[in-house]
Design a protein around this ligand. Sequence first.
Ligand code: ATP
Ligand code: MG
Length: 366
Amino acid sequence: MLNTALKLIKTIEDHGYIAYIVGGFVRDQLLGITSNDIDICTNARPSDIRSIFPNSCLPNEAYGSITVVVKNIRFEITTFRKEIRYLNNRKPIEFEYIDDLLEDLNRRDFRINTICMNKDGKIIDLLNGKEDLDKREIRTVGDSINKFSEDALRILRAVRFATSLNFSLSQEIKDAIIETRHYVRNLSFDRKKEELNKIFANVNVRYGIKLLLELGLDKELELTNLKDLKTFDDLIGIWTQLDVDNIYPFTKNERELMKQIREVLNSDINSFSLYKYGLYVNSIVADIKKIDRKKVTKMYQDLPIKCRTDILINGRDIMKLLARQPGGYLKEILIDIERQILIGKLENKKEILEKYILDHYHSTQD
Ligand code: ATP
Ligand code: MG
C-alpha cells in the first residue's frame, strides 16, 4: 500500500507538482495500525490530477478532491486549500486553492492529522503532530473554539479519534467542546450517525460513551438513553436501546428489526419469541438483558419447529383428513398445533398431529 502511494506521489511530482501523503494513513502508520484509504495533498489542481491519471479517477469530485483508484486502493487527492467561509458550522462553502503546504495543514482539524510523508517515505511534521502521538493526546491545530465553531463535525471527530486511538483529549479541546457543543445540533443526523457508528463499533466504545457524557454531548445529540446503554458487538442492538428511530435515519429493514427487538425486550425470550423472530433478534435481546447468548442459541437449536413449513402436516392434509373444503378453520388449526408443538404438548409427527386434529376438530364440522 505504501509503495503504491509513494509511486503515485512520484508520478505527480514528475509532472512538476509537489505531493505528500497526509492524515489518517501517516498517523496510523506511525502508530502501527493499518488503514484502508490514503489521503494525498498536492498543489496540483483537480484538472491536473485528471490529466495525469486519465483512466483511474472516479467521476465525482467533492470539494475539489479527486479519488484515484490504483490496485484497488483508494487515494483521496486533495489540492492545498484555504477555507474561507463556513455555513451553519459545517463544511466550507468557499475555499481557495493555494500552493503552500503549511497553510493547507493549518486548515486541518487535529495536529495528529497533519503529519505528512514525502515521496521518499520521510516524515514531515510541521505542526508537531508526532509530539501528540507520543503523548497519546489529541490537540487541535490552533484555537479549539475556532476550529469547532467553524465545523462542528470536528467535535464528534475529536471524540471518535480519542475512542479509536484510545487517546486523551487535551484540556483545551474539552473546554472548547463544552463551549461550542450546541453547534452539534446544526449537523445532519446522517453525519452524526456516521460518526456515532464509528464510536459504537469500536472496542473502546465505553471510553467513547464516557467522553460523550462527560462533555454533555448526549443532550446535543438527543441521545437521552446514552447513560444506560449496554454495549456489545451489534449496532442495531445499540440503536434499539437509544430509541431514536424517529430522528436518526434508518432503513426500513433496520426499523423493523428494532421493532421486533423491542417487542421481545418487553416480553421474554422463549420458544415463541425464538420461533417468531429467529435467533438474531433474540440474541440481541439476550445481550441487552445480559443473558448468556449460548443459552439462547441452545434454546433455538432445541426448538421442535423453526418455521411453519417444519410442521409435518399442512393445510391440504388437514382438508383431506377432515374431508372439508378450504376455509378459515385451517388457519385456526394450524395456529393451534403450532402452539402445542412449541410448548411441547404435541410431538411433531404426522400420526400424532392427525390424531390430535381428529380429536379436537372433527366434531366441529358443519
Ligand atoms: P480515517 O480515514 O482513519 O477516518 P483521517 O484522519 O484520514 O481518518 P479523513 O476523514 O479521511 O480522516 O480526512 C483526511 C484528512 O483531512 C484528516 O486527517 C484531516 O487532516 C482532514 N480533515 C478531514 N475532515 C476534516 C474536518 N472536518 N476539518 C478539518 N480537517 C479535516
Ligand atoms: Mg482518511
